[in-house]
Design a protein around this ligand. Structure first.
Ligand SMILES: [Zn+2]
Length: 243
């Protein structure tokens, strides 16, 4: 009876899947008992007869639980395949950026000369990029899309503008996916026409000083859903940051 009750407890302990620490703790007293039984059994044979039935099932069972945890080490064996998927995921994550074609680029090489916001009581609805070249720097489509406007928006775009001259001068609008539109103002020259499809980085014109300006620069706007937004956070969200 006793031998059967004890293994039942051990089975419960293993079924509860006690931690390896508790199993080894359970094992160590058994081992200690077995050692004590062996020590006692060495001296008197009748004393050894008593412990032998109670101890003999215990060791016979104790290997079983000790095996079952080692069998339950199969989780750790199932842990060995788990690194493989994570390795694959890491590999996929590493390879993914390589395949990505830049979807947005800075429209001109240069630094930020004026930000988005209210200026002299009027909203400056974009950012100004300049590079000190005095004009003529290539201007690129910031992303793929369709040119929706490419025209002079000031009274005269044939010569340098001024603060007295209203408008964007030579201006290009490009419609992109997702209701996003970009605008490029004060261009000296335009090399695209309305309806033309462009990709990110397509040459669309050259920096100039037409329209309402004090000097040569590119005025760049981003519209989302018809409203001008600050292009800087938008560009940063696409990994771009004019400096
Ligand atoms: Zn501007």
């Amino acid at each position: 009876m006793h031998p059967w009750i004890r293994p039942a407890r051990v089975v419960l302990a293993t079924s509860a899947l006690a931690l390896a620490g508790t199993l080894t703790a359970a094992q160590s007293p058994l081992g200690a008992l077995a050692a004590a039984g062996g020590g006692a059994g060495a001296m008197p044979s009748p004393a050894a007869a008593h412990p032998s039935p109670s101890v003999s099932p215990a060791p016979s069972v104790s290997p079983a639980p000790s095996l079952s945890p080692s069998a339950s080490l199969s989780p750790s064996a199932s842990a060995s395949p788990s690194p493989a998927p994570t390795r694959n995921a890491a590999r996929a994550a590493r390879s993914a950026p390589r395949r990505v074609v830049p979807r947005w680029v800075l429209p001109m090489r240069g630094s930020l000369s004026s930000g988005f916001g209210v200026r002299w009581g009027v909203l400056h609805a974009g950012i100004d990029l300049a590079n000190g070249s005095g004009g003529g720097s290539p201007v690129f489509a910031a992303s793929a899309g369709t040119v929706t406007a490419a025209r002079c928006t000031s009274p005269d775009c044939s010569h340098r503008g001024s603060l007295a001259m209203p408008g964007y001068g030579n201006m290009i609008d490009i419609a992109h996916a997702g209701g996003v539109t970009t605008r490029y103002g004060h261009l000296e020259r335009m090399v695209v026409r309305p309806g033309q499809h462009v990709v990110a980085g397509s040459l669309i014109g050259f920096e100039g000083a037409t329209g309402n300006v004090t000097g040569a620069h590119l005025h760049f706007e981003v519209h989302v859903g018809g409203s001008a937004i600050n292009p800087l956070p938008f560009l940063r969200a696409h990994g771009l940051s004019p400096h």
